[in-house]
Ligand binder design. Structure first.
Ligand SMILES: O=P(O)(O)OC[C@H]1O[C@H](O[C@H]2O[C@H](CO)[C@@H](O)[C@H](O)[C@H]2O)[C@H](O)[C@@H](O)[C@@H]1O
Length: 257
């Protein structure tokens, strides 16, 4: 993961799905495909140079009502945005760090650890398939090995059956994950809205992937706003749309000023 200057900024027209200002809003941001451009590998992502500072400005502008809601682990988000003091919901909502810095999550079992070990070993034998260890979750990425998708799915289904009810399979962009069952991104948004800095505001949820749909549903239920990033025609509960993560970053720069 490296840092680079952000040379691509979205056109104003493409920002139509996002509000012109953030007064009275609480903002929930997904990371991969929303804040950051999709890369070939989980570690291949780049954090644009000005982004951490822009997020800190946005958090201040919102009186602290900014949360990152991601499939990554809280520890990984801390590495991506060191020193950024906002609520973080990791592992698609199963793990979270509150405003006071306390981390909550799921414990591991022997069966889960054995399944993780098996995927790690098998992925090493499949050229291009990438194993990602996320603590209480793990993932098999086939973006660089699309022909292996069937084998990856088959093994992940078998591993899911071996770990019991505590975990569930999760589809994503060229990835299959095993993640803790229970809280999703919608639950994460609902719980976070109860925090002091968020209470009394309307949520704005921005995301790009299937697990963000639960967050969109929760924001809509509370009378808030939901915006999907992307140009494909997949069905979505989001009310608005922008084209690319660069558009989201340009919007953050603008409203955080
Ligand atoms: O909820 P998100 O913040 O969107 O995280 C979802 C998953 O993102 C990452 O995988 C995706 O992005 C990678 C980097 O661009 C890409 O190579 C991969 O194909 C995508 O699926 C991350 O690695 C996963 O752990 C997250 O669950």
């Amino acid at each position: 993961m490296d840092q680079k200057s952000d040379q691509t900024t979205g056109s104003l027209q493409a920002l139509d799905g996002l509000p012109g200002d953030v007064n009275g809003l609480a903002v929930f941001l997904d990371i991969d495909g929303t804040l950051l451009d999709i890369a070939d590998t989980p570690d291949g992502i780049s954090v644009p140079l000005g982004l951490p500072a822009a997020l800190a400005r946005l958090a201040a502008r919102l009186g602290g009502a900014l949360a990152l809601v991601t499939g990554r682990s809280v520890a990984t988000v801390d590495r991506l945005f060191p020193g950024l003091s906002v609520v973080i919901n990791g592992l698609h909502g199963a793990e979270w760090r509150d405003g006071a810095g306390r981390v909550f999550g799921t414990g591991l079992t022997d069966e889960f650890s054995a399944a993780k070990h098996r995927l790690r070993e098998q992925a090493a034998r499949w050229p291009g398939v990438i194993f990602e260890d996320k603590g209480a979750a793990f993932a098999a990425h086939y973006r660089l090995a699309p022909a292996s998708e069937g084998q990856v799915r088959h093994l992940m289904r078998a591993l899911s059956e071996s770990v019991g009810d505590g975990w569930k399979l999760q589809e994503g962009k060229a990835v299959v994950e095993l993640r803790p069952r229970g809280r999703d991104k919608g639950d994460a948004l609902m719980q976070t809205m109860g925090h002091e800095a968020f209470a009394g505001r309307l949520p704005l949820a921005i995301g790009d992937d299937v697990t963000d749909e639960a967050m969109f549903a929760a924001a809509n239920r509370l009378g808030g706003l939901s915006v999907r990033v992307g140009t494909d025609r997949r069905d979505t509960l989001a009310q608005g749309r922008v084209a690319t993560p660069a558009d989201v970053r340009a919007w953050i720069e603008r409203v955080a000023r």
